[in-house]
Ligand binder design. Sequence first.
Ligand SMILES: NC(=O)c1ccc[n+]([C@@H]2O[C@H](COP(=O)([O-])OP(=O)(O)OC[C@H]3O[C@@H](n4cnc5c(N)ncnc54)[C@H](OP(=O)(O)O)[C@@H]3O)[C@@H](O)[C@H]2O)c1
Length: 280
Amino acid sequence: MTPTLKPDTTLAFVGGGNMARSIIGGLISSDWPADRILVSDPSGSQRDFLQTQFNVSCFADNCQCVETADIVILAVKPQRLKQALDSIRNPLIARRPLLISIAAGIRSTTIAHWVGGALPIVRVMPNTPALVNCGVSGLMANPLASDQQKRDSEQIMRAVGEVVWVNSDEDIDTVTGISGSGPAYFFKLMESMVQAGIDHGLDGPTARILALQTALGAARLALDSEHGPAELRRQVTSPGGTTEAAIRTMENLNIDAAFSSGINAAIVKSDDLAKTLGEM
Ligand SMILES: NC(=O)c1ccc[n+]([C@@H]2O[C@H](COP(=O)([O-])OP(=O)(O)OC[C@H]3O[C@@H](n4cnc5c(N)ncnc54)[C@H](OP(=O)(O)O)[C@@H]3O)[C@@H](O)[C@H]2O)c1
């Protein structure tokens, strides 16, 4: 999709914590005008930080923040979302902005129910590498979101990384299992590799840089390559060599089943959490 956010679009963030801060930082570095970004947060120190760092307008009052907004980005913790929506229901119903929710586990249908009016909603599942502009977000839109609003949402999330579209809240559970929780899978792998290096006599910092730089390099290589991960693995696995010995041992221990069952557990948990949070 081509970027189409008009420069006079006003974005209001409800919640000015880590994720909002990353997205705002990404937007400002892609030349989004600071005077078109408004943020509300109960914490004075959070507001001072955002004001000083990015020169955006900050509010203690959520209503004041969203009343002129074309797009409202809901960036509070999931447990606080209902309360936050309660506080802005009147301006939302009056102005009908696009709502973009990055709150994990709250379905678009639950948001619509909590607002109590028909509003365009885009639900986003980002991941923590967004904090270093290297995230990937899964997006889904409800039927009221226009193509323009979908393009705008995509442009906003591209400020902190890659973007993919999926079709339903159920798909967002899958995104959660793959990329939302995914950084932890790679951290777990790095942890094992660092520990193996130490167990075999390397010092900690040496083992760490070997494991982490390998993870970064493998991801870059895979992203740049025309081949998929399976082919890239085959290419570095010479018959009778060291990599083959490692991969064969891991496969004998059922590494594929461990990953697939783990990811399935995350997807099931995401669905469970969505049901529990939706009943708040
Ligand atoms: N961080 C991630 O990597 C990540 C990844 C995927 C999804 N998400 C989602 O992104 C959302 C934000 O996460 P985060 O890590 O940025 O959380 P965070 O750092 O805790 O930021 C949330 C901010 O919202 C403020 N807040 C609480 N209640 C509010 C209200 N009623 N109105 C306005 N602001 C309110 C909080 O203030 P107090 O601290 O004073 O309560 C806090 O400053 C969450 O829903 C999370 O599920 C985050």
